[in-house]
Every structure is written in C-alpha cells, then in structure tokens.
Design a protein around this ligand. Sequence first.
Ligand SMILES: [Zn+2]
Length: 79
Amino acid sequence: MSTPDCCPRCRSLDPDVLSVSPVANCWIVYKCGVCHYSWRSTEPAQVTTAAMYPEAFRINPRDISDFAVMPPIPDLRLS
Ligand SMILES: [Zn+2]
C-alpha cells in the first residue's frame, strides 16, 4: 500500500494518516488537513487518486475561505 502524495480533492501535499485497520495491512484512512477530505485506501481510484478524482468535485484551496457557512447563521433577534 503506497502513501498518497497529495489530497485527491484539493491536491494539497502530504495528507495525514487518520486511522489504520486493526488487522495489519488491510486499509488506511487518510485525511487532508486543508480541505478535510478523507478517504480509505481501499476505495475506488476515482476517490483515492488525484488524477482520477472527478473534476466537478475538486476544490481549490484558495477558494475555501470564501465558502458559504452551511447552514447560514441567522442574525441575532432583538427582543
Ligand atoms: Zn484536500
């Protein structure tokens, strides 16, 4: 099992290891510290490999600070 060099979704380098299988060498869960995407090493290549990750779901790390807060936080009520 090779360690991915970047996040499939935002292509930030050096994703973290989030968890490993209790039985040795079965799977590893990785997490991106930039966009918080996580994936298991045994998932299909379109989920685990940057080159095959669907274009429509990619994230540019520069855009993250402009994402809307979901759900939106309502204004304080003045009562
Ligand atoms: Zn990422």
